[in-house]
Unconditional design. Structure first.
Length: 150
């Protein structure tokens, strides 16, 4: 099984769901060579993200991405919930395009599904290195700025 869905459930930042599916497919099929996956990517507003963050992680306020892991030994299965409003703030801070920042979050979420974590400084550094490596490869093969309109 190879399935990717992308839904934009917020209006503030236009997201190209078709392009998101393409970039996620390229990541899964070519860069990571994952045999079987079922990945859902949802884009939500700050209010919804804050609700999810409080309910599932007991953290206040919105965050950039939350990864829900439903993986089994035979299937990489998960849901990435991304907040473009928070991503936009991070993109400005790091002088990156919003499309590039969204691509980074997709990579970040998939790495969580593959067992990476960012709970300790050492684990965070290891995960960030892999994230940067994959983002560079992805950006050479796909116009990541096309993940957003405008």
């Amino acid at each position: 099984m190879k399935h990717i869905s992308a839904r934009n459930m917020q209006r503030r930042h236009p997201v190209a769901s078709r392009e998101v599916r393409k970039v996620a497919g390229l990541l899964m099929d070519e860069l990571l060579e994952i045999e079987a996956y079922d990945l859902s990517i949802l884009f939500v507003n700050e209010t919804r993200m804050a609700q999810l963050n409080k309910a599932h992680l007991q953290h206040e306020g919105p965050t950039d991405i939350i990864t829900f892991d439903y993986c089994t030994p035979a299937l990489l299965h998960g849901e990435l919930v991304i907040c473009p409003a928070v991503a936009s703030k991070h993109a400005q801070k790091y002088r990156a395009s919003l499309g590039r920042e969204l691509a980074r979050y997709i990579i970040h979420g998939v790495l969580h599904l593959r067992g990476f974590d960012d709970q300790t400084p050492a684990a965070r550094r290891k995960m960030k290195r892999e994230e940067n490596r994959l983002l560079q490869k992805l950006a050479r093969r796909f116009p990541v700025d096309s993940l957003t309109h405008g």
